[in-house]
Write a protein that binds this ligand. Sequence first.
Ligand code: SAH
Ligand code: SF4
Ligand code: F3S
Length: 466
Amino acid sequence: MTQETALLSTTPAMGDERAPARKVFVKTYGCQMNVYDSDRMSDALSRDGYVSTDVLEDADFVLLNTCHIREKAAEKVYSELGRLRDLKKAKAAEGREMVIGVAGCVAQAEGNEILRRAPAVDLVIGPTTYHRLPEALKRARSGERVVQTDYAVEDKFEHLPAPDKAKTRARGVTAFLTVQEGCDKFCTFCVVPYTRGSEVSRPVAQIVSEAEKLVEGGVREITLLGQNVNAWHGVGPDGREWGLGDLLSRLGEIEGLARLRYTTSHPRDMDDSLIEAHRSMAKLMPYLHLPVQSGSDRILKAMNRRHTAAEYLALIARIRAVQPDLALSGDFIVGFPGETDEDFEDTMRLVEAVGYAQAFSFKYSTRPGTPGAELGDQISEDVKAKRLEKLQALLFSQQRAFAESCVGREIDLLLEKEGRMPGQLVGRSPWLQPVNVDAKASQIGDIIKVRIIKAGPNSLFAEMIG
Ligand code: SAH
Ligand code: SF4
Ligand code: F3S
């Protein structure tokens, strides 16, 4: 584009009837599924002429894609809405309009309550109805305060536009692809079954076609997403009922797609075909995020996880038997109601027994509407904090030990983007660690052989081989 046309497209000259494109600013909280959804919503809005902006002050529409998983996550949204109210006022004083929207799990969980607590909000939209966002936004622009939190009966994925090639290219060489949404497990601490609705699996053909589009847009690695991704199932083109292992192996046939990952899995849904995929598929990375939450059978039962600590350990042994190089990651909650010191020590013992390469751990947060909130024997903040500190020290030492054990290894590295130092690129190891290496920007998207030479606190350093 010449400079003249670039200028014309943003500042229409006198007599030019074209209005400048409206701008949308999306801020994403929470899990990877929200990252995926935010991109799909931006894609849907771009059909209506909206362009994405990273500059909040420039936005005609600000959309917060929110998370309700812990109290802190939900409260963050309200403090952000306070700041946005001030910005909206300042813009109105200059005669510029700014529509504020709330999407995501807070939207679904709180609905009208958001309009009451944050009167500057114009639009509230729940995760199952994102395909109706453009139309809801039109209504909000005409002055209506829109709350859309019914569970859509039609399939949102069928109506949302697939990622377009140019945008995919701009987003980089790795991509998320939601294959399953919602949850029927009802763990007693968790809001997800209420905010995302019941489990839905996307059909095989839809997933394969979206993956192919991503690859055409330059993507080399796809992470399949779902709140319970390994509960995904569908009818394959062979007429058989497929599980996630079958789907992975079909996606592995796509030429140009080099790597596959999936997250998050539930221990109850790791079936034989998925375990087998870890043996037979070189494209499937040897990494598994398998949350366990607690090592105490008593607490696991109270959480409604529907497995014991021993069953979890036995499952890991089975997966490691087919893929000895597997790195494990997990989620933990400390201070669930009724958790004693002994229960907590069971969690420490389980962590010792597994040896995690990576982990996420949280203080139990009471969520309104979940069965856990009704339980007596809530644990004090002080006890939660002490347990969390002890658990995190152990998990961190395991993460360090795993990183150290990688030093000297030769690995394939997918180069993703420029690093912090000039002349450096960053990629991910098969075990999802960021790896820094000296390489040229033109190599982004290449998979190169490197030797790990050093482990830092949060990333590895490598040198190219040959
Ligand atoms: N579907 C996944 C988890 C999704 S939520 C699974 O079953 O494992 C991500 C993580 O947030 C959970 O694994 C849990 O560790 C944490 N979490 C969920 N609800 C929580 C709560 N009320 N308090 C603290 N942590 C919570
Ligand atoms: Fe929440 Fe449990 Fe469902 Fe995971 S499996 S999303 S923790 S209810
Ligand atoms: Fe948060 Fe909803 Fe994801 S509660 S973790 S954004 S499913």
